[in-house]
Design a protein around this ligand. Structure first.
Ligand code: PMP
Length: 457
């Protein structure tokens, strides 16, 4: 049993990420105690199916001894090695090589970070450096998408387009610009894929024209927008945007922090569209959450320009824990699970079952939209399907939905826009997927009984 003193210590001392301090003081912490496969156990002994893989990161699932052993062995042998002073460690070098070998096209160069935010931040620094190096320093404007999420660093939060990450923080900066998302369900041009792609390309071109192509450095997009509510672009959207960027001499950054490592099927979601971005950022599934690690994958032409520009000078960008050997050893062990352990394959089958199961909920009076690809999905709740009316008091509604799911023994992401997000571990069995869908139906039925929802219908 969880001791009350732990809840009290948390209340007094631990600042939680993405939390309302006063709300958290009221609700208190739910301590997670242990996990195996796709099942979490909390401090009160409740068992929960993890439909969100932690924070869309535990792609391999919990409790893999091979990963634990790899970390322990590396800790015994060499717990730390800096990458400074031309030094390094075997796991970091091997993991960089394995990523380069698997990444699309000429994304042959890897810079390790501690997670996704500093991976995005590093791309901003490298892109600025690149433009200095090749004599185009005036290319210093950055474009990203509405509903996009690119992390919580100061510069990354400015590329992020969720108002909660800006409010009170003095971002975005004046060199950070947004264009509309593809958001198929609520796109003003309708739901025709070709029309949505054409509208996005036209808006990108118009924004570049407004800023001046000679000033625009890069465009950022997630292959599927995650934190914005699991927004899936029409097939061909990423490719069309990447091609438009190339034509205008703008670097294309695919932020794959969520989508890489089997989340949508292949190792990188960029493969779904056959594109080769100039940068890919990864984190989360890279170690499946067993240790913190992120990476920037950089195209050869960018690397060569940066290296030529720097000459013998040091590039002043480095973290103490870049290429941490324990995290890298974990990354190598997790890669084995995805490939040799059959997890990518299992994830593809489980993803198809999840999508079919969620589509089976389409007739529920609250379900306005079902969307997703692979093991990344969402259902968007509305009180009027024809008018697509969002649930009332969306923030409070999302809190209630999370609590209902928790009581039903399921962890999901309840978004402020009234969408429920799913990103289960790739190891899920068919029975676990079916159970997640069944518990979701219970959540929907309870939500339908909520007097605030009833009165809005
Ligand atoms: N980019 C994307 C697309 C993300 O989803 C996230 C995290 N959810 C980040 C960047 C930031 O990663 P981290 O939380 O590891 O810093």
């Amino acid at each position: 049993m969880l001791s009350n003193s732990l809840v009290e210590l948390d209340r007094q001392h631990l600042i939680h990420p993405l939390a309302s301090p006063r709300g958290h003081e009221r609700s208190g912490v739910r301590v997670l105690a242990s996990a195996k496969g796709a099942t979490l156990t909390d401090g009160e002994g409740h068992r929960l199916l993890d439909g969100f893989a932690g924070l869309w990161c535990v792609n391999a699932g919990y409790g893999h001894e091979s990963v634990v052993e790899a970390a322990a062995e590396q800790m015994r042998r060499l717990p730390y090695a800096t990458g400074y002073f031309d030094m390094g460690s075997e796991p970091a070098i091997r993991l960089a090589a394995e990523l380069a070998e698997r990444a699309p096209g000429d994304l042959d160069h890897v810079y390790f970070t501690l997670g996704g935010s500093d991976a995005v931040d590093s791309t901003i620094r490298f892109i600025r450096y690149y433009n200095h190096a090749r004599g185009t320093p005036q290319k210093d404007q950055f474009i990203s998408l509405a509903q996009g999420f690119h992390g919580s660093s100061t510069a990354g939060a400015g590329l992020t387009a969720l108002p909660g990450f800006h409010f009170g923080f003095g971002v975005p900066f004046d060199w950070q610009h947004k264009i509309s998302s593809h958001y198929v369900y609520r796109n003003p041009v309708g739901q025709d894929p070709a029309a949505i792609i054409a509208a996005s390309v036209a808006e990108l071109r118009a924004k570049v024209e407004e800023l001046g192509a000679e000033r625009v450095a890069a465009f950022y997009a997630e292959p599927i927008q995650g934190s914005g509510g699991v927004l899936v672009p029409p097939a061909g959207w990423m490719k069309a945007m990447a091609e438009a960027c190339r034509e205008m001499d703008i670097l294309f950054v695919a932020d794959e922090v969520i989508t890489a490592f089997g989340r949508t099927g292949p190792l990188f979601a960029s493969e779904d569209e056959g594109i080769v971005p100039d940068f890919i950022t990864v984190a989360k599934g890279l170690t499946s959450g067993y240790a913190p690690l992120g990476a920037v994958l950089m195209a050869d032409h960018v690397y060569q320009a940066i290296a030529d520009g720097a000459g013998e000078a040091l590039i002043g960008h480095g973290y103490t824990y870049s290429g941490h050997p324990v995290s890298a050893a974990v990354g190598l062990a997790v890669l084995r699970l995805y490939e040799d352990g059959g997890l990518l394959e299992n994830g593809r089958k489980a993803g198809a079952r999840l999508m079919a199961g969620l589509h089976g909920l389409s007739d529920h009076p609250l379900v306005g939209d079902v969307r997703g690809r692979g093991m990344l999905a969402a259902i968007e709740l509305v009180t009027d399907k024809a008018a697509k009316t969002p649930l009332p008091a969306a923030a409070e509604a999302s809190r209630r939905i999370f609590d209902r799911a928790y009581r039903a023994g399921l962890i999901v992401r309840a978004f402020a826009n009234g969408a429920i997000g799913f990103a289960p571990p790739l190891c899920c069995t068919p029975e676990e997927i079916d159970e997640m869908v069944a518990r979701t139906l219970r959540v929907l039925d309870e939500t339908l009984d909520d007097p605030d929802v009833r009165s809005a219908m």
